[in-house]
Design a protein around this ligand. Sequence first.
Ligand code: 3H9
Length: 725
Amino acid sequence: MATILEEERQTAQGAPVRMEIRDGLAVVTLNDPARPVNVISEGMLREMGEILERLENGEGGVRAAVIVSAKKGTWIAGADIEEFKNFAAPADAEAASRAGQEMLDRLEQLRIPVVAAIDGAALGGGLETALACTYRIATDSPKTKLGLPEVQLGIIPGAGGTARLPRLIGLRAALDLMLTGKQLDARRAMKAGIVDEVVPQTVLLEVASRQAMALAAKKLQPRAARRSGSPERLENLLPMRKLIFSKARQGVMEKTHGLYPAPLRLLKVIEAGLDKDVRAAQEMEARAFGELAVTPEARSLVHVFFTSTEAKNDVGLGDDVKPKSVDQIAVVGAGFMGAGIAAASAENGIRVRLKDVKPEAAAKGLRTARESLIKRAKRKKMRRFEVTKLVDRVQPTTEYSGFHASDVVVEAVFEDLSLKHRVIKEIEEHAGEGVVLGSNTSTIPITKLAEASARPDHVIGLHFFSPVEKMPLVEIITHEGTADWVTATAHAYAKKIGKTPIVVHDSPGFYVNRILSPYMAEAALLLQEGVRMEELDRAMTEWGFPVGPVTLYDEVGLDVAQKAGKIMAEAFADRMGNPPTVIDKMVADGRLGRKNSKGFYTFGEDGKKQGPDEAVYALIGNPPKKETPRAELQERLGLIMVNEAVRTLEEGVLRSARDGDVGAVFGIGFPPFRGGPFWYVDVTGAQTVLDRLRALEQRFGARYRPAKLLEEMARDGRKFFPDAA
Ligand code: 3H9
């Protein structure tokens, strides 16, 4: 009969860490009652310290241990990012890193084997905990993901990850994980050599317990003992190692223009630590962690983490407003966007009817959606029957059959008001009473679309960004009459398919295009003034945007940009002035950008962007002049967007500065290390931004007129975010 030594010193019910000992096996269960996920907080460290002491003392004749989580969806989500806000100086953060390292060193040095039984996210300090265990078993649940995403927070792994991961899986693979922050599901983690076994959720504890005892009985060898020598022997040759680091550094510089200190510091720490023992490598890790954690870049990235998580979890309506569950949708318009929406939905378990008028168009959309799904399925190493089940979720149609069972219908037809009106009427004839009618328009006011509807309170904007599979934002646009449950359902649907939604009020350009538009118009004006195309692009990529505005014109399509630009110029004629003529000239010359391989840039046969097309300057009618200082270009383009963002908050288009930062970072690629336009104002100082805008207004006129709200913030010394440094 098994003896159960239930934790005597266990604190009150619901302690963050509990230990149960049964037949020589300790099951350590993590379940922080105060937090939605398990995190390595000060409290958790204390609790773990006590458990470790008891294991070190061999309490209850323990021969092996298993660490499990009782939280659904997470094993350990890493260090407590909330606590980062308390780091006033590098020494504070360094101390936190050392505390994490010490705890995991003790875990690693236990005389008994410890099995990490991972179900749910094991990220950052979570994965570092697993790395300090003897053996790792992970479940095949879609929630199980392993990674070291610290660089995305402007820091590096600080609890031994930079030392342990390269030693476990080899340098190149470890660098790839740490520099990108990518998260692997269990199967990929096993292939990478991080995880020893993958099992279904239902048997996790059983298998982990068995393997822990097998390790104790030496019937099973831990990975380190199973492999001979280092993971990748070639990588240990000095010239090879030098090459790997130099390539990695080059890759980082190309991607970040040196604007993010963490990845560069990460490379230094790993390079210097590889020949040292783990303890010495951790010394360097702790110091770097400390210095990085208090940089403005890290503070901004932490801000982006919290604001985006909040936007995802907060629809901004009372608790009594309940969303409808979304299990089946229909998409009307099987073009690139429609197919992307269908694929993103199917990937997340939603059945989709994809409709177009002609069979060829529906078939093409289906092909696009399937290709995207198969690509992702391959990456996830899905089995064949799983892939079949996945792609079968999208069914093409030329009729409205099956629409009655849809919870949401997304219309993604051409940007033509009368066409959309007709489509809305048709949808309403065939869909059920309780359907949410979402429009993926990027330019037409939702209020106008709702005019054609018999149930205007069901109509809402669901603005996806292209390409849907990559872009994380969905702008949800409400008009005056949109019912709250419709907003809540649209929000829940966006969240279900893994997107980050922001809810904005109907207005020309909504939020994202509203702030993008003056920026793009200013870029066109700068071209007319004689600034070279590549100069403009370089200025803004060096400011931190993923692509510059001229490249963006080509990517978006010049005809699309022309149409959007006209709408915005009309809507804000009082201060926008005359729209730049260059875009009209480009379109008249048949230059539509990437889609017809003819734009500001030239494109190769393979569709790859090449250099700027010099013929464009003749078209503009103004040859390039001497270089404009890069800082001036950045000031003109950056501030016009920031000012417009503040206006949208002032006008109530945005509900909060938080949503404004999330929308700009996730919808446009506003430099994440600047935290978004509102965080940027706070960090720069509202008064400074105001002064700079006033100077620009003097030179260039009303389009730089500062937002009233900005004037108020400067006058009252207020901030959008009180914790902005
Ligand atoms: C690190 O580990 C450094 C170490 O190397 C060094 C140690 C010394 N901290 O996203 P959700 C909150 S750096 C604090 O909606 P999901 C989140 O704010 C860390 N809070 O759930 C939200 O709160 P609320 C590296 C956290 O199921 C709630 O939990 N780790 C943390 O969609 C639910 O979150 C990461 O970067 C945290 N670490 O996704 C992982 N994590 O309900 C960050 C979550 O009040 N986390 N919260 O709005 C994630 O990626 C996702 O939250 C996760 C769950 C996948 C875990």
